[in-house]
Design a binder for this molecule. Structure first.
Ligand code: SAH
Ligand code: SF4
Length: 361
């Protein structure tokens, strides 16, 4: 307990910008460029502790360690899939946990991160929503997930060989990133400038929070915006996402059109296919009509069944038929390849499984 309390008082280096790290060095009566060296250790070499920052004078390291900690979340559980996917349950300093997923592909390494502890939106089909909501994450906790996963990539790399580097980040883990807008923006900036990831290689997925989309239209970070639509009309959408009825499909589409007009960037629409609910030909046709003429891309996500929701995954034939209607209509469509099928792949499942085990429920 002593250690946790101690850590809680210390400032986390992960989450600080280069300017903040330089100011910290000055505050501790060191040359400003030491801030750049700290940034290099935290964000590029992904160290766990200040002792590892060997190009800092040892007296400075000691002083720094009195005030600060690197502050990466602890790994509470790891699930490794046969396909290389690694799912981590990460524990924050206050004991809250979130999920992050490491996804190696042939041409890139992606990681999926969380923006909140749980999610207040509570979509009817989502395990995260069922696990309850605690709080927003801080920028250090968001970026800390990527740094932890970069470390995970390093383990297993033979000595002397360069470890694979994460090339893409998607905000598709737990939580609604646009409810935690300032943190999401600061995290994108840190990942871009300090970790070295191109903006265009990062995707922010929103349930369709219109005020957030409008802010992105003004701020225009050069990211990919993904909208979790899941329904072409309000009746269906309300059934799947009851808490967001304030913003109907028409208003979301208006916000997206304005976003595309202002940024000239293609929007991705995510559509989670739920058997017999939103995956019929009629819905596909309605969706095709809705998206006609907009610079967009549809990503179909066959449902990853979550116990207790009452929803099921559609058959391969139904997915194929839905896909066919959209592509026939001239839309750009992809189908998300299921990864980590042999682990609790659907986001929120690992945390929920842990909670259920802990409560015996
Ligand atoms: N809150 C944001 C980002 C996190 S969810 C949002 O909703 O967009 C990321 C994506 O995973 C969303 O499109 C969501 O609908 C989808 N998703 C959640 N649970 C799922 C499940 N069990 N199976 C398939 N997709 C799921
Ligand atoms: Fe929250 Fe997204 Fe899950 Fe909905 S799908 S409950 S918005 S994390």
């Amino acid at each position: 307990m002593q250690i946790v309390a101690e850590t809680g008082r210390k400032r986390a280096l992960a989450g600080m910008t280069l300017a903040e790290l330089r100011a910290l060095a000055r505050e501790l009566r060191e040359a400003e460029y030491r801030g750049g060296q700290i940034a290099d250790w935290v964000y590029r070499r992904c160290v766990n502790s200040i002792e590892e920052m060997t190009n800092l004078p040892s007296a400075f390291r000691e002083r720094l360690a009195e005030e600060c900690t690197v502050g990466l979340p602890e790994v509470a559980a790891t699930q490794r899939s046969k396909d290389g996917t690694i799912k981590l349950l990460l524990r924050m300093a206050d004991g809250n946990t979130v999920e992050s997923v490491y996804l190696p592909y042939e041409d890139r390494i992606s990681c999926c991160i969380s923006s909140q502890v749980g999610c207040p939106v509570r979509c009817a089909f989502c395990a995260t929503g069922l696990s309850g909501y605690a709080r927003n994450l801080t920028p250090g906790e968001v970026v800390g997930q990527v740094l932890r996963m970069q470390q995970t990539a390093r383990t297993g790399t033979p000595a002397g060989e360069e470890s694979p580097r994460i090339s893409h980040v998607v905000f598709m883990g737990m939580g609604e990133p646009l409810f935690n807008y300032d943190t999401t923006m600061k995290s994108l900036g840190l990942l871009n400038r300090e970790v070295g990831l191109a903006m265009r290689r990062m995707t922010v997925s929103t349930v369709g929070f219109v005020p957030g989309i409008r802010r992105l239209t003004v701020d225009q970070p050069q990211i990919t915006l993904a909208i979790s639509l899941h329904a072409p009309n309000d009746v269906l959408r309300k059934r799947l996402i009851p808490t967001m009825h304030q913003w109907g499909v028409a208003e979301i589409m208006d916000a997206c059109r304005e976003y595309v007009a202002a940024t000239n960037r293609r929007v991705t629409f995510e559509y989670c296919l739920l058997d017999g609910v939103n995956d019929g030909t009629a819905e596909a046709e309605e969706l095709a009509a809705l998206l006609q003429g907009l610079l967009c891309h549809v990503n179909l996500i066959p449902y990853n069944a979550v116990g207790g929701t009452g929803f099921r995954a559609p058959s391969a034939q139904r997915v194929k038929d839905f896909y066919g209607v959209l592509s026939q209509a001239g839309l750009r469509v992809t189908q998300r390849v299921q990864r980590g099928a042999d682990v609790d792949a659907a986001c929120g499942q690992l945390r929920r499984a842990e909670q259920t085990a802990a409560t015996g429920g």
